[in-house]
Write a protein that binds this ligand. Sequence first.
Ligand code: SF4
Length: 426
Amino acid sequence: MQQPSINRPPARMRNRHVTCPFCALLCDDLTIETRGDRLRITSTRCPKARAGFAPTPAAATPRIGNRSSSLDQAVAAAADIVRTSRAPLIGGLATDLAGMRAALALADRAGGIVDHLHGEALLRNFLTLQDAGWVTTTLTEVRNRADLILFVGTDTSEFPRFFERCIDNQSALFKPSPADRELVFIGEGLRPGRHGRRRPQNLRCDTAHLGEVVDALRALVGGHRLAARSIAGIEQARLARLAERLRAARYAVVVWSAGRLEIAHGNLLVQSLCALVRELNETTRAAGLPLGGDDGGATAAAVCAWQSGFPLRVDFGPGYPRYDPVGNASARLLADGCVDALVWIGSFNASQTPPATRVPRIVIGHPGLTCSPAPQVFIPVGTPGVDHSGHLVRCDAVVTLPLARVRASTLPHAAAVLDAIRAALD
Ligand code: SF4
């Protein structure tokens, strides 16, 4: 396999308008100073971005078991495992667009099954989209049009700059001005914070009861009467006032993060949120904003849908793409012994470790990634948007942003490794 060239940047360099790959907001306004192999972000204090652009272990080399090897030897060893596998799981999929294309090509060639490490959270949204459709919006629309924003089960803290980028903007294309926006939070453990002259309203309830609250709110928006005085600890009168404000809003947005809805049948809550948005659109304008798709999740789903017609959890074993959103879940396949090899891709950070399993593991991952016990094959790869250029799909699924290479690196792209494994099968 051809080694990547080291196109070493000057000792000191300043990159502007860099896209950050470390959450699905894909902020494209970073300024990064390169000093040798070290990077310094000068435009934001975002903790996730700072951690992501921190130095990686310099001496990471491919390994076969506990032995260091050349890249070619590791690729050959990985190809041997895939060749003898009858049903390999191509999992993790924490990579960029080119990496996902290569993962699908390998799955197609080897008769494998694909699933993302956030497959369970992504599924909560997909099931709603497939079953009933939805009305969603974009980050730009939120920034410029939203006058009432309802956060359900999330304060967006997992997307550290969401408020800075989309809510607290100084100006907007349309009235009312961002300073006059109304913010309402429903859920538990949320930290609404202060936002200029706005005082967010916080309706506390257990995450497990969010479905009841949202369904009650929807009924009130639809003009129905409820017998209960309170729903999951929230007085009906408070929900009724919120329903009135939602009906009066010119552009209400309902925000959720499927990764935070780890409750039984979380997809039904997403369905209820989308039904609330539909109800509001009977008389005014409203939209949903599903946050999520970190670690290449939005990209993996988009590429899989373009190429197979289905969003992840696709089995190429039969010779055609067979979709099974429940049966093809990584955890179930591994627990029930339905797969006999795991190709795991985790290129964004060192915590993207593969699940424990008895089947042989090929790990194509961040150089700082450690597994115990050691996988059969480990191939360190570069981080998209740091060690090599690439593309990622943003959480609102309407924009694919280019990623820049901001650091000199000898680490290969995951796509190149996956392509080399596939080529070695022929
Ligand atoms: S909010 Fe997300 S995309 Fe934006 S700088 Fe922070 S980690 Fe990067």
